[in-house]
Design a protein around this ligand. Structure first.
Ligand code: F6P
Length: 552
């Protein structure tokens, strides 16, 4: 495949760069009375994506769509809904969209329709949720389950943890969900402190069932349970597993009957729709999990059947190509104006950075262009009082994505008005800023001397002209959240397709795991040699201060 940067449409985009840069966002709005309508996309009645405050024009958008056409994006999108080998370095398909298809859909993989497998597993999840939520599943003392602890990391944690937190107001089925991921025992310890072993169910979520953090936490949780219940025979009432690796699950001591499965064609960071979503269904109810799937499926249909110019994930991805590869802006800030979406930036970081943080193309050649951006963020309004200063006046330009909801599930209308006003104000300030003349007028009106004005004015000028996108939704519910997550999944996929990289492997995380394995042994044995001198020095210091893990 010809590289993105050698495509005629890309070369034409590069030619436009200076011309586009020369027009400020303020000028664009002055000149184009219908700019908002022209650059705002819709998904059903509930979602609007305002791309009008980006440094682009209809001409740029047209060229980006041509670039997508020339690079075969339409075929790539169809590939996502059919048997594919997108993850060719692991010889795996990427078929997560099959997880949210209706029961009568057909998605063939290696000669088998996988949709019935998906729905059979959903039925098992539903039945299990009914038993646990209905009080029909008892712990070792005969009491019902009150708390669910999901033990997993990365894709086996971030998606479910984010969704449960986002929809927590809908928790009418009454199970409390907790998430343990980190190798730091402080996390497991602080969760267990508040729990009663007799009423706690652990869901061990791991695609491979070999991930060290998860297995270490799972073993510690089992020891905690055994210390209370005294017998291995009770483990089955308190531990279930979600995995693709039934052998390892059995070896851990979990009954196969209590294992929920998914498949190697589901990537970890795309897995919350699979049985990895068990803790979502347990915490929020199976129906809400189904609504989440339905929202994601609707976004799949939007991706598949909407022309590129009106296609939200495609436009988001093309815009990022424009920002990253032409304008050279390699960071994306994501700011949900919703406390419930506190974990959303962390979820997006894995989704996008683990997928597109690649330097080699599908042909095994070094990429001759930039790829995945640094994705980061925090909820508004908290971010405003922390790092937004840099967004407004720093020397780095960071395109921002604001996510807001018109209605809140909480009965605080004043908060909600102020929250939305703040989000809109930030996008305004970024785009239009405040000129030197305006600043000087204001300072003069405050009675400052000419000298004080001359000193202060430069610091108070807001350059503006900083790009942002506003994603506005009517309310945060399961369906809308499903659609929003799928929108970002597809943005990630489209970016990867145009960069011609494998968005579904993650070889870059392996070396650290291997090095850690040897260092774990060295820490246990108190060895401080055989590594580079910095590592040896730090090992020696740890040893001198008391070896790691010495508080049993
Ligand atoms: O190490 C990275 C990674 O493989 C992620 O891709 C994955 O989501 C996470 O670890 C957890 O993996 P598993 O579900 O196999 O425990």
């Amino acid at each position: 495949m010809t590289s993105l940067i050698r495509q005629p449409a890309f070369l034409a985009l590069q030619q436009l760069k200076e011309k586009e840069r020369a027009v400020s966002l303020a000028q664009r709005f002055e000149q184009e009375s219908n700019r908002f309508a022209q650059f705002t996309l819709g998904f059903g009645e509930q979602l609007r994506v305002d791309l009008s405050r980006q440094h682009w024009s209809a001409e740029v958008r047209e060229l980006l769509c041509r670039l997508a056409d020339d690079m075969g994006l339409a075929q790539a999108i169809e590939g996502l809904f059919a048997d594919n080998n997108f993850n060719h370095t692991e010889d795996r398909a990427a078929l997560h969209t099959a997880l949210r298809m209706p029961p009568d859909a057909v998605v063939m993989h290696k000669g088998e329709n996988v949709v019935p497998l998906v729905h059979a597993e959903l039925e098992r999840i539903k039945a299990f949720c009914q038993r646990v939520q209905g009080g029909d599943w008892h712990g070792y003392t005969g009491k019902v389950i009150r708390d669910v602890v999901n033990i997993g990391i990365g894709g086996s944690d971030l998606g479910p943890a984010m969704v449960v937190e986002a929809l927590a107001t809908c928790q009418d089925k009454g199970l409390r969900a907790h998430f343990v991921s980190n190798m730091d025992g402080a996390q497991l310890g602080s969760v267990l402190e508040s729990l009663d072993p007799a009423t706690t169910l652990f869901v061990i979520s791991s695609k491979t069932f070999t991930t060290d953090e998860t297995m270490t936490n799972a073993r510690a949780a089992r020891a905690w349970l055994l210390a209370a219940c005294g017998s291995e025979e009770h483990v089955a009432r308190h531990f279930v597993a979600v995995s693709t690796n039934s052998e390892a699950v059995t070896a851990f001591g979990i009954d196969k009957a209590n294992m929920f499965r998914f498949w190697d064609w589901v990537g970890g960071r795309f897995s919350l729709w699979s049985a990895i979503g068990l803790s979502i269904a347990l915490a929020l109810g199976f129906e809400r999990f189904q609504q989440l799937l339905a929202g994601a499926h609707a976004m799949d249909e939007h991706l598949r059947h909407t022309p590129f110019e009106r296609n939200i994930p495609v436009q988001l991805a093309l815009l990022s190509i424009w920002n990253i590869n032409v304008l050279g802006l390699q960071s994306e800030g994501v700011f949900p104006y919703s406390q419930q979406l506190k974990r959303f930036p962390a979820f997006l970081q894995q989704l996008n950075m683990e997928s597109n943080g690649k330097g080699v193309t599908n042909a095994g050649q070094p990429a001759d262009h930039a790829t995945g951006p640094v994705v980061w963020g925090e909820v508004g309004t908290n971010g405003q009082h922390a790092f937004f200063q840099l967004l407004h006046q720093g020397s780095v330009v960071v395109p921002a994505e604001f996510i807001g909801f018109a209605r809140s599930a909480y009965p605080y209308p004043e908060h909600q008005r102020k929250l939305l006003a703040n989000m809109l104000a930030q996008a305004q300030a970024m785009a239009f800023g405040k000129s030197r003349e305006q600043v000087e007028r204001e300072l003069a009106a405050e009675g400052l001397s000419a000298e004080a004005i001359a000193n202060l004015a430069p610091c108070k000028v807001m350059p503006g002209n900083r790009p942002s996108t506003v994603i506005l939704c009517d309310e945060l519910n399961s369906y809308n959240l499903g659609a929003l997550i799928a929108m970002y999944e597809h943005k990630t996929f489209v970016q990867g397709a145009l960069w011609n990289i494998n968005s579904f492997d993650q070889w870059g995380v392996e070396l650290g795991k291997k090095l850690a394995a040897r260092l774990i042994d060295d820490l246990a044995a108190g060895v401080a040699e055989g590594h580079d001198s910095a590592t040896n020095g730090l090992l020696a210091q740890i040893k001198a201060w008391g070896n790691a893990g010495n508080r049993e």
